[in-house]
Design a protein. Structure first.
Lengths: 246, 233
């Protein structure tokens, strides 16, 4: 049985053309899914739809054996409890230190004891290589450091599924590896992840399944070897031909 | 002229006149500070009503926007007259002071709503997204994330307007509210020279405006201790 199942997921921003149309996918626990495709193909929208930041118009999302009803507040809360999302622009809370950014949701939303949360937040920040930056504010950190705070913040929520939305595309080439190393380590720990990325070499390395999207639709799904070396659909052939030339 | 003033001064600063001016000063302070405080509280509520992520009810948003856009564009004196005649028509037994206070509240609410809106909107949508995805309720986002970052944007113009309201209350003398300007007019008609009367309240206005500005600056430093630099990668 699939751990995460999407059936015919369709969504649009404010009644405009669909940014996701009829997306059906299923993934097992511990899988690392690479979502690739041209800009505007709906990869980021798919992650936003999963956490309810973009309300799906039709379709069904099932996590484990729970169907998510995005119209119901309780169901949405339950779904958001299981996902954690890391954004391209980090979206850290600017008025809080790195430590507070990581600790706030577990303390205030999940009502866990603050001493325990803080200890864990310190451990997580240390794990992503920011052991010396607990009290730094976001604007005192580099992009790569902010992105790692954002990853630590997501991990502190103990998600079942981690969603990473182009987490390296706003970063300097030098900083990209800091973040990729962190993701590699998570993969080694068995975390289920959906990764939207333009780092094809990285996707090929860590992904167990690659999903190619175009114009809001899933065009092809397969293991990295198939997607990158033996694409089936003409659109993917065209895409890989272009990206592999660079 | 100086001879006249030095001759009048001992009588002018006599006990009864000082009590009279003191009462007027208290009224001016009450009108401006109390009026601004109540008005700002309402303005803040309006800003919340207009914020799509806090209160998405369309009729309420339209209502709040209409109020804000209308009342920011009417001169204080016109608002004062409207309130004055509205109370007269309604037949309610209300003091002139209350009418002036209501006018200040109506103005302050409209201006503060606009300032608070700018403050709330200064927090970029991605921070809302992150918080919502982590199951923060909207009021918690407002309280823990948005407000602490808004003070920086909100406080300077808010105190600027408060100083403006202190000055606007002088217009309330037009309907006979016993505040500083009206007191000066009365003392003037009692025979004291205009320079002495209005020179004295000029000093008093300055003495209340100056600390107001400083309280604002101190509050700003305390609440927004960390200047947020923009545009970092």
């Amino acid at each position: 049985m699939a751990f995460l199942a999407l059936d015919g997921l369709t969504a649009s921003y404010g009644g405009k053309a669909d940014v996701l149309s009829d997306v059906s996918l299923r993934f097992a626990k511990g899988e690392v899914v690479g979502l690739i495709g041209p800009s505007g193909s709906g990869k980021s929208s798919l992650l936003r739809a999963l956490v309810g930041l973009l309300k799906p118009r039709a379709g069904k999302v099932t996590i484990g054996d729970e169907v998510v009803d995005y119209g119901s507040r309780a169901s949405l809360r339950a779904a958001r409890d299981r996902f954690a999302i890391v954004f391209q622009q980090y979206n850290l809370f600017q008025n809080m230190t790195a430590l507070r950014n990581v600790a706030i949701a577990p303390t205030l939303v999940k009502k866990r004891p603050s001493a325990q949360v803080e200890e864990e937040a310190r451990a997580l920040l240390t794990k992503v290589g920011l052991g010396a930056k607990f009290n730094a504010y976001p604007d005192e950190l580099s992009g790569g450091q902010q992105q790692r705070v954002a990853i630590a913040r997501a991990l502190a929520l103990h998600p079942d599924i981690l969603l990473l939305d182009e987490v390296t595309s706003a970063l300097d080439p030098e900083l990209v590896n800091e973040v990729l190393d962190t993701i590699r380590a998570l993969h080694a720990d068995g975390m289920t992840m959906l990764i939207v990325s333009h780092e094809m070499a990285f996707i090929r390395e860590v992904a167990t399944t690659v999903v190619f999207m175009d114009q809001g639709r899933v065009v092809e799904v397969g293991p990295p070897a198939q997607i990158f070396d033996a694409p089936q659909s003409p659109r993917l052939k065209e895409f890989t031909a272009k990206i592999l030339r660079h | 002229m100086w001879a006249q003033i030095t001759e009048e001064a001992p009588r002018f600063f006599g006990y009864w006149n000082l009590m009279f001016l003191g009462e007027a000063l208290v009224n001016t302070l009450l009108l401006s500070w109390l009026g601004a405080t109540i008005g700002f509280a309402f303005g803040f509520l309006f800003a919340i009503c207009r914020h799509p992520r806090l209160f998405g009810v369309l009729p309420l948003r339209i209502l709040a926007t209409t109020y804000v856009e209308l009342f920011r564009r009417i001169p204080f004196l016109v608002k004062l007259m409207c309130v004055f005649f509205a109370f007269q028509l309604s037949g309610a037994q209300v003091s002139l002071f209350t009418m002036a206070l209501v006018t200040v509240v109506l103005s302050a609410a409209a201006f503060a709503a606009e300032i608070a809106r700018a403050g709330l909107e200064s927090i970029p949508a991605p921070q809302w997204d992150a918080a919502e995805a982590m199951n923060f309720g909207r009021w918690r986002v407002l309280w823990t994330i948005v407000l602490p970052q808004s003070w920086r944007v909100v406080l300077p113009p808010l105190f600027g307007y408060t100083v403006g309201f202190i000055k606007s209350t002088s217009i309330a003398s037009q309907i006979g509210v016993m505040e500083l300007t009206y007191a000066a007019k009365i003392l003037n008609t009692r025979g004291f020279s205009a320079l002495l009367c209005f020179g004295t309240i000029l000093l008093l206005y300055f003495l209340i405006c100056w600390p107001t500005k400083h309280v604002g600056e101190r509050l700003e430093r305390r609440l927004a201790t960390r200047p947020v630099r923009q545009g970092m990668p």
